[in-house]
Design a protein around this ligand. Structure first.
Ligand SMILES: [Mn+2]
Length: 390
């Protein structure tokens, strides 16, 4: 036990704060895109009334931020002409399907809800020291035309749309939709990965039964995904599984196929760091790429009530965000956030969280050098004496 003097030695100082470090780091984040946007908005939006002191505010809103959002994710440009799609770093794509739900429907409004609340973001995160607009070229390609009366046709549509993005070497962010979209998301990606795909799957439910009600629905994506030759079940890691909606036929499949199930008991017992270390090892074993499937119901319904099959006692948002930081460091090749059902949401909190998850993953990929441009400009040359206080 350290004595009082020892504790005095360990007294925290302002300089040790992460906040101090990151506040300082802000000056090295580029602002070229920001300047271009302001300039363009001024030209298109015309000069504001003379009483407005800040002359960078135009008369007509052309930033499309916050309540003036034009409806795309993070207000990035909408890719109207898909023939003209180039190779941006990221494309947001809606898969507004709820034909696969087995309890409450409503996830067809998920992409709309998530996009709407994403408009609140400035794109800059002081804790991460990253500005997504500066580091990533992003477009929103809108929604896939799903066919609600026919889930297999919907899968074909989603598969083909996701494949089109992979063909252009774009990182897809799929906004669900119920979890049945996980299967075509992986099926559309599989031909573009030269080797095995690992899957990191956050959920309270294992979603690995062959059928729900005689069809491939939202409790079945990982049965069918792990039938894809280069997406073996041995590389499937399911995190957060538990509660009282358990499905015995799914657990049997998981056991037979040797998928990995990390329960909340595991997380309590071994902690976030150790479970994530193991999850990474399992997902990446002999794999070339890892896909992230994030079911919002992995989070406790107190924080994510807008979902179709809520299960009490889930992850806390901060636990999930910490895990994502640990798990995405090695890079991922595509992601989906599913099961957001705005009709059951309160104060849009589920959509806010879903957007946070997407932004955090993108931020981590940028800071880890796995996607886009460096989060900071090269530092100015320092005088030689600088290293003296190291
Ligand atoms: Mn679920």
């Amino acid at each position: 036990m350290p004595g009082w003097e020892g504790m005095l030695d360990k007294r925290l100082t302002r300089n040790q704060l992460h906040g101090t470090e990151m506040t300082d780091a802000e000056q090295y984040i580029p602002e070229r895109r920001q300047r271009e946007r302001v300039q363009q908005a001024l030209e298109w939006g015309l000069p504001s009334a003379m009483s407005v002191r800040d002359r960078t505010i135009p008369l007509f809103n052309r930033s499309h931020r916050t309540w003036s959002s034009h409806g795309t994710y993070l207000n990035v440009p909408f890719q109207e002409d898909m023939r003209a799609l180039e190779s941006p770093d990221v494309a947001f794509i809606g898969a507004p399907l709820d034909a696969g739900t087995t309890f409450r429907s409503g996830t067809r409004f998920g992409p709309q809800g998530i996009r709407q609340m994403s408009a609140l973001s400035s794109g800059y995160n002081v804790e991460m020291g990253v500005d997504l607009y500066e580091s990533l070229d992003m477009v929103d390609v809108g929604d896939v035309n799903v066919i609600p009366a026919n889930i297999e046709k919907s899968f074909d549509q989603i598969d083909k749309a996701v494949a089109y993005l992979h063909e252009h070497a774009i990182f897809p962010v799929v906004l669900g939709g119920d979890h049945s979209v996980g299967y075509p998301d992986i099926r559309g990606m599989a031909p573009y990965i030269d080797g095995n795909i690992g899957i990191i799957h956050f959920d309270r439910h294992s979603d690995i039964s062959e059928y729900n009600l005689d069809e491939r629905m939202h409790g079945t994506p990982f049965f069918h995904a792990t039938n894809i030759p280069n997406a073996p079940a041995s590389n499937l890691v399911q995190i957060g599984i538990g509660g009282w909606l358990g499905n015995r036929s799914g657990v049997k499949v998981s056991r037979e196929r040797q998928a990995s199930c990390i329960t909340l008991t595991d997380i309590d017992r071994y902690g976030l760091e150790r479970t994530c270390e193991l999850a990474l090892e399992l997902a990446w074993k002999n794999a070339k790429a890892v896909f992230l499937s994030f079911d919002i119901d992995s989070i406790d319904p107190a924080f994510a009530p807008g979902t179709g099959t809520p299960e009490a006692g889930g992850l806390l948002p901060r636990e999930a965000l910490t895990m994502l930081r640990l798990l995405c460091r090695e890079g991922i090749a595509g992601m989906e956030v599913v099961e957001v059902a705005p009709p059951y949401d309160h104060a849009d909190i589920t959509s806010v969280l879903a957007s946070r998850i997407v932004n955090d993953v993108l931020g981590i990929l940028v800071t880890e050098g796995k996607l886009g441009r460096s989060p900071r400009e090269p530092e100015p040359e320092m005088p030689e004496s600088e290293s003296a206080d190291e």
